[in-house]
Design a protein. Structure first.
Length: 399
């Protein structure tokens, strides 16, 4: 199981979490505005230097805050906590940003900054950013909690989100059909091996408007790796989302299996495994296959399955043109689910930029007996050994 409960993630990313603008009188010590710390110089070169320095120091796991309270904020409780829209970042812009509350499944706080003119200012957390009335939680007990992540909204007058970062190094987009499904990740480490998988996390973000795009800078941190990322994300007039990704990685330890541009999805059963159908729905999956465009120009389609045991396939290649997890079947009749709308789930396509050299697109399929588990991973695994003290850089475009 790659995530504890994907129902929470998908529910958290739905528009239901954005409450109407709250009145200042309803908030706890509310100023009715976003609070920012003092300005500090910021650049991607500075972020890269910070990641490189961190790689020379021992890993420090995040400190839990109000752990017992957070442990009790489960799937049902988290949906009763409402973000107050009057604390939105860039509320009057085309891409306003709202924030996620910590919960049982995303319990580690992240630090958020707003960047303008080369200056970064921390977004200072306070319990007044959220409305706790329906949840029954005491806002004063959550004074120093921190945020679980953030999401980018279409517009202040149209409260639906199209991009979100929450949990480890996961991020997601709702695509043209405004429906979340498959996820992307910053990095994957030891997925599908005999040793436990490591989940490095984006511990800190710097958000910046960049013309028609939003620039998201992120600091990656984990026991075996650190990294600096820049995501330039844009939603075009058709609703399609395109992200240019630049990553610089530094290694604290040897890594047996490094996954670049990892994609994560869910596949329980489909037209090739109807015997597994558990109810009236003929198919249940976010993606139905892995698509490959090899360095030599060959097109490959590998249908997904729910295997009896963990299964790993490697498609050897040199400088691939692209790969992705795709939901090709868009016909509602083949799913008959008017709640999950699997026919609307977005595919994700990775287009490498520059020469990625020799390696393999790796597909890991994990057994599941429920749709709440993400059990599919696809990523690029470079041939070069990953050694402590080394570094790598990758550029790619996500569609």
């Amino acid at each position: 199981m790659l995530m504890p409960d994907r129902r929470l993630l998908l529910a958290a990313l739905s528009a239901s979490w954005l409450a109407p603008a709250a009145r200042a009188a309803d908030a706890v010590n509310s100023t009715g505005d976003l609070r920012l710390g003092p300005p500090r110089d910021f650049s991607f070169d500075w972020l890269t230097a910070l990641a490189q320095k961190n790689a020379t120091q021992p890993y420090k796991p995040p400190q839990s805050r109000a752990a017992q309270i957070i442990k009790g904020i489960d799937f049902d409780a988290v949906q009763k906590i409402r973000f107050r829209a009057d604390h939105t970042l860039w509320a009057q812009g085309p891409d306003p940003v709202s924030f996620f509350h910590l919960n049982k499944y995303s319990a580690d706080p992240v630090i958020l900054h707003a960047v303008e003119g080369g200056k970064a200012r921390e977004i200072l957390y306070g319990p007044d950013y959220f409305d706790y009335k329906a949840s029954g939680l005491d806002a004063h007990a959550l004074a120093n909690l921190g945020f679980a992540g953030f999401r980018v909204m279409d517009a202040a007058h149209k409260p639906t989100d199209w991009l979100a970062f929450q949990g480890a190094s996961y991020f997601r987009s709702s695509g043209q059909d405004a429906q979340y499904g498959a996820s992307a990740r910053g990095i994957a480490i030891n997925t599908g091996t005999a040793t436990p998988e490591e989940f490095p996390r984006f511990s800190e973000f710097w958000l910046e408007t960049n013309g028609p795009a939003i620039a998201i800078h992120a600091l990656l941190d984990g026991p075996s790796i650190t990294g600096a990322y820049r995501f330039d994300a844009m939603k075009n007039e058709t609703g399609a989302v395109v992200m240019n990704v630049h990553s610089v990685l530094f290694f604290r330890a040897d890594i047996a299996r490094l996954g670049i541009a990892p994609l994560t999805s869910m596949y329980w059963y489909g037209e090739n495994e109807r015997r597994k159908a558990a109810d009236w729905r003929p198919e249940i999956h976010d993606s139905d296959g892995l698509a490959l465009w090899t360095g030599k120009g060959e097109r490959i389609w590998r249908p997904l399955i729910d295997p009896p045991q963990v299964m790993t396939n490697a498609f050897l290649d040199d400088n691939p043109k692209g790969f992705g997890l795709i939901q090709r079947d868009r016909d509602f009749e083949n799913y008959q689910d008017d709640g999950a709308f699997y026919n609307r789930r977005p595919g994700i396509w990775v287009e490498p930029k520059g020469d990625w050299g020799p390696g393999a697109v790796q597909l890991v399929e994990i057994p599941t007996d429920d749709e709440i588990h993400d059990n599919i991973v696809a990523c690029w695994r470079p041939d070069a050994p990953i050694k402590r003290g080394g570094s790598l850089s990758f550029d790619y475009r996500l569609y």
